[in-house]
Design a protein around this ligand. Structure first.
Ligand code: SF4
Length: 400
């Protein structure tokens, strides 16, 4: 159900403040052939104009926000200069956001210098997600990345030298041509760096990307068995290094005590998505979810800037899902986490009982060994984690 301008105007956060803020920085040095995120080629002039408009967007939503987590994603946030970061930090300060516990910036290893890293740390950024993707130059070349293995290793050292004690390393596997032993070597080396967090994603062929075209033309084959072996290797290797899996693709350090709490270095911002929390997303193509309404910003930098220059929020669509459809999405997202859902928490968050509305799905998945019920909690088994997307789909309910 798409909503008109009146609903847009009415659908603020009311008196409850929103705890999570995502900021999209839509610039890249070069487009990677597998990437479907919205981004445009980097140009210093464009970034100047963009940051000016982004400040306006922050000011519009500021009264409804008191962020506990901030996440700068992209695109390539580390392409912003110190001057740009300073402008954004200034507006954060002006709006009185004093309680940001976790501020993550994604960084491309080709764009980090010690000066910039130190500057970010001084500014209050306390978590960096480093887009390493691989430590194998052949794989990096295949992925069309602008950085090399040496850049990635150097960037990690730079972040440590700048004082970062919470670093994520992003990796990709099931890249065309990648063998199991090559993946094992990358994993070993990446884990030896000792980051607090690791994310590892299977390469997917996203529509409207050169990789998708090449895949459709039969230039690559989908090797699902190999991808499963790579994932299983990932689970073994991370566990052996003391990283705790808390989501399908995410692992973090912890003094894990077997409770349902996420590990100490889990990304609190991303957990907010999986737990159905409200968040604002700013920048072109960014999505927000506030007060039961899902918004999308223009995925077009010019339209985004024009709207803000005219004093409007740059929203292209707003959709209020029915409570059941919303609960279905929340169920599907939350099941991606290792702890799944406690029945009580799910009821508190959504108002629905997982055991009533999804009784059939729960029974099926438990019977097939994809899920289990322990201590009033429904969660996926390691086998179910392999197929979390497919399991999640069964929990979705049509909007009415
Ligand atoms: S993968 Fe990252 S660096 Fe590459 S085009 Fe996409 S957003 Fe830019």
């Amino acid at each position: 159900m798409a909503l008109g301008a009146t609903v847009l105007a009415a659908a603020g956060a009311g008196s409850r403040k929103v705890d999570h803020l995502y900021v999209h920085i839509p610039f890249c040095l070069r487009k990677c052939p597998y990437c479907a995120f919205y981004s445009v080629p980097f140009s210093a002039d464009l970034v100047d104009r963009y940051v000016e408009m982004l400040v306006k967007e922050v000011e519009i939503v500021a009264p409804e926000l008191a962020p506990k987590t901030v996440y700068f994603g992209g695109g390539t946030p580390s392409l912003l200069s110190e001057k740009h970061f300073e402008k954004l930090a200034e507006v954060f300060q002006r709006t009185g956001w004093a309680d940001i516990g976790e501020w993550t910036v994604e960084a491309n290893p080709a764009t980090l210098t010690l000066d910039k890293a130190r500057f970010l740390r001084r500014l209050g950024v306390n978590r960096v997600s480093l887009g390493v993707q691989s430590l194998d130059d052949a794989v990096l070349k295949r992925l069309g990345r602008v950085h090399t293995r040496a850049d990635a290793l150097r960037s990690f050292d730079i972040l440590r030298a700048a004082g970062f004690t919470n670093i994520n390393i992003d990796l990709m596997f099931a890249v065309p041509g990648q063998t199991l032993s090559a993946w094992e070597k990358v994993l070993e080396e990446a884990l030896a760096l000792g980051s607090e967090h690791l994310s590892a994603y299977e390469l997917n062929y996203e529509e409207d990307t050169p990789f998708f075209e090449q895949f459709s033309a039969g230039l690559f084959e989908s090797e699902e068995d190999l991808a499963c072996e790579m994932y299983e290797l990932l689970l073994r290797a991370t566990a052996a290094q003391g990283l705790v899996q808390y989501e399908v693709s995410n692992f973090a350090r912890d003094t894990h005590d077997g409770t349902a709490a996420p590990p100490a270095f889990a990304c609190r911002h991303n957990i907010s998505y999986w737990r159905g929390c409200w968040y604002y997303g700013l920048g072109p193509s960014a999505a927000s979810y506030v007060d039961g309404v899902r918004y999308a910003n223009f995925a077009d930098l010019s339209r985004y800037c024009r709207a803000l220059a005219n004093g409007h929020r740059p929203i292209v669509s707003a959709e209020r899902l029915s409570p059941l459809a919303r609960a279905g999405e929340t169920a599907a997202f939350g099941l991606r986490m290792s702890v799944g859902w406690s029945f009580e928490e799910f009821r508190r968050v959504t108002g629905f009982d997982l055991r009533d509305e999804w009784a059939e799905e729960i029974e099926d998945f438990v019977e097939q060994g994809y899920a289990e019920i322990t201590s009033n909690r429904f969660k996926l088994t390691p086998r179910g984690m392999l197929f979390a997307d497919l399991v999640g789909e069964r929990f979705l309910r049509p909007d009415s």
